[in-house]
Design a protein around this ligand. Structure first.
Ligand SMILES: Nc1nc2c(ncn2[C@@H]2O[C@H](COP(=O)(O)OP(=O)(O)OP(=O)(O)O)[C@@H](O)[C@H]2O)c(=O)[nH]1
Ligand SMILES: [Mg+2]
Length: 354
């Protein structure tokens, strides 16, 4: 899954990108990068202990860093969103941390930053939709029936956007979504919010306008995560052991970045299945509702092409009973066909023939 990181200026976008992906970035450079982030999963760690494989591979998310959005600036807006044509989800960064040596964004209160950023999303979609409406209306020919339907849909969407409604919040059928697919509409994508705190706010679990932000996230179904960028940078510099130690002192189990990648995974409707063995323990990503043959295709197109059956055991059963053999002896291994729906935590072996 490809995720765009967006927000106003100097909120910590590049810092969070760098923490997620482990890519060191020069904060002053104007280059905007993409990178891959590991999705931390304790189950992978436990499977690794069990199988002692040569190689361990976590599921990943791909992130795109972007330049700052400026309030009501069409040129910047176009530049930022054009970088994000192919992303499937959005991560909005909001700054709560106080630090006078880092210039503040155009609006300071976190809730105002979030609203201003969402306005840019709405404006972007309006730019795109109105551009297309204009082209259809000015076509010097009779529109095809399909285009007439599209025009009607676009006008309905324009009205919603003008009423400040995110497109993810209005009724749009699957067929209509297909029609809109090429426009990469920003407010149609799943959105997650991360609030970047300073240490004091992190300890207090509070910051200015938090209630309003949380309410807005609930209303719109946004995932919501708080983290302290500075603390994360410090954690990042530690060894695995020192990190665990400090996390324990802080009374948390995971780093903010781990919490963030997990929250995104859930918010974006993703699940993990596993393949295990002495060579490799690996987590793979699927969209919720995918089938056994989809899972085979994620591993390798040949496995989908030559698919015969999939053997599935549940992660929980494996942990409870201690070995694959014990799970099989207990009659808990399932042999399933192409259309079987895969669930989070399924451990899969594909039987295939090509
Ligand atoms: N105190 C503090 N400083 C931070 C934190 N996160 C980022 N910074 C600093 O804030 C400045 C801006 O951070 P960036 O990550 O470059 O922010 P950005 O949103 O990418 O900035 P632009 O791309 O210029 O809009 C840098 O000097 C960071 O070191 C934080 O959690 N606490
Ligand atoms: Mg930046």
């Amino acid at each position: 899954m490809k995720v765009g990181i967006v927000g106003l200026s100097q909120v910590g976008k590049t810092t969070i990108f760098s923490l997620l992906t482990g890519i060191e970035v020069d904060l002053f450079s104007q280059e905007h990068q993409r990178g891959t982030a590991k999705v931390h999963d304790k189950r992978v760690d436990i499977l690794t202990k069990m199988y002692e494989p040569k190689k361990v591979t976590y599921a990943t998310l791909e992130f795109f860093d972007t330049p700052a959005l400026k309030i009501n600036d069409k040129k910047e807006r176009t530049a930022v969103f054009n970088l994000l044509q192919n992303v499937e989800a959005m991560l909005i960064v909001v700054r709560a941390f106080k630090n006078d040596s880092v210039p503040y964004p155009e609006v300071e209160k976190p809730i105002d930053q979030l609203k201003a950023t969402l306005d840019e999303f709405l404006f972007r979609d309006l730019d795109v939709v109105m551009g297309r409406i204009e082209r259809l209306e000015n076509a010097k020919r009779k529109l095809e029936p399909k285009e007439e339907i599209e025009l009607k849909l676009l006008k309905r969407i324009q009205e919603a956007l003008e009423n400040e409604q995110l497109l993810s919040q209005i009724e749009i059928s699957e067929e209509e979504k297909k029609m809109l697919g090429g426009f990469s509409l920003a407010t149609l994508k799943p959105i997650a919010i991360v609030v970047n705190l300073d240490e004091e706010q992190f300890t207090d679990k509070n910051y200015e306008t938090k209630d309003e932000i949380v309410k807005l996230c609930e209303k719109n179904g946004f995932a919501y995560v708080e983290l302290c960028g500075k603390l994360e940078m410090e954690l990042n510099a530690l060894s695995e052991e020192e990190k665990m130690e400090l996390l324990k002192d802080l009374g948390v189990e995971e780093t903010g970045i781990q919490r963030l990648s997990n929250a995104l995974y859930r918010q974006f409707g993703l699940i993990s299945f596993f393949t295990v063995g002495k060579d490799e323990v690996r987590a793979w990503t699927l969209r919720k509702g995918s089938t056994a043959v989809d899972a085979a295709g994620v591993i390798h197109t040949d496995l989908a092409r030559g698919f015969i059956k999939a053997e599935i055991i549940k992660y929980e059963d494996l942990i409870k009973l201690g070995s694959e053999k014990a799970v099989k002896d207990a009659g808990l291994m399932k042999l399933v066909g192409k259309e079987h729906i895969i669930e989070d935590g399924d451990i899969i072996t594909i039987r295939f023939n090509i």
